[in-house]
Design a protein around this ligand. Structure first.
Ligand code: AMP
Length: 230
């Protein structure tokens, strides 16, 4: 059942690539209709699809499993927040995949402070690495919407097609074993200081679980207990 937010929620989802941030995002948007979301990876993949100069730069980083320069990605996400009208204290939204470094977090913090829209909650999705590796092999995505499928746990209704639009699903080119290993290594370099950054501000929560279905009810309950009425 959909739940109404009684005050603005500005949420950041943290977690390793493949921890299920995209899946939890889709479920949160359904559960809390006032919530909007943006994924930095999806913004970059859209730029690649649109063949913009930023897109061609992003493609080389993404295919090597490397993080884009902090200033570039920060400018892109900030632009999106502003264009979407989310820099208003009434808006509720969630960020998926950004910030990924303390430098990005620091830049975002000062940008949000200006509009009195600081993050209100940060949730770290803690999933065992063995589970993540298995999951990535089976992952397919619908690029325009960011919807994520898993051939084992959540197959599309029609093989190879998005459930809502019927458009083709694709395998992310950076989901190969080799590139994925690099992405995980990059994640481990930056994750601990980032968690520390938000822990210090008292807004970090951690939810552990082996599957997205175990994590979702815990995540819903956490948000409902502070923000929700039916
Ligand atoms: P994701 O879809 O979040 O796994 O992101 C895919 C790729 O996009 C990453 O491996 C990075 O190359 C790039 N990317 C996404 N978000 C960021 C970010 N916040 N900072 C730097 N690079 C990013």
């Amino acid at each position: 059942m959909a739940t109404k937010l009684i005050k603005p929620l500005r949420l950041l989802l943290l977690g390793a690539p493949g921890a299920g941030k995209g899946t939890q995002t889709s479920r949160l948007l359904e559960k809390f209709p006032q919530l909007n979301s943006v994924s930095s990876g999806d913004l970059l993949r859209q730029q690649i699809k649109d063949k913009t100069p930023l897109g061609s730069l992003a493609a080389s980083y993404i295919l090597e499993g490397k993080l884009l320069p902090d200033e570039l990605i920060t400018r892109l996400v900030k632009g999106h927040l502003s264009d979407a009208g989310w820099l208003s204290p009434q808006a509720s939204w969630l960020l998926d995949g950004f910030p990924r470094t303390v430098e990005q977090a620091t830049m975002l913090k000062s940008a949000l402070a200006k509009s009195d829209t600081s993050l209100t909650m940060v949730v770290d999705l803690d999933v065992p690495e063995s589970v993540i590796l298995e999951r990535i092999e089976n992952r397919y995505v619908h690029v325009p919407s960011g919807r994520v499928y898993n051939l084992q746990y959540k197959p599309p209704k029609v093989p190879g097609k998005d459930d809502i639009t019927g458009e083709p699903l694709t395998k992310r080119p950076d989901d190969t074993a080799e590139v994925f290993g690099k992405r995980l290594a990059e994640y481990h370099k930056t994750a601990a200081p980032l968690r520390e950054f938000y822990a210090k501000r008292g807004i970090l929560k951690t939810i552990s679980g082996e599957t997205s279905d175990i994590i979702t009810p815990k995540l819903f309950q956490l948000i409902e207990s502070q923000y929700g009425v039916n």
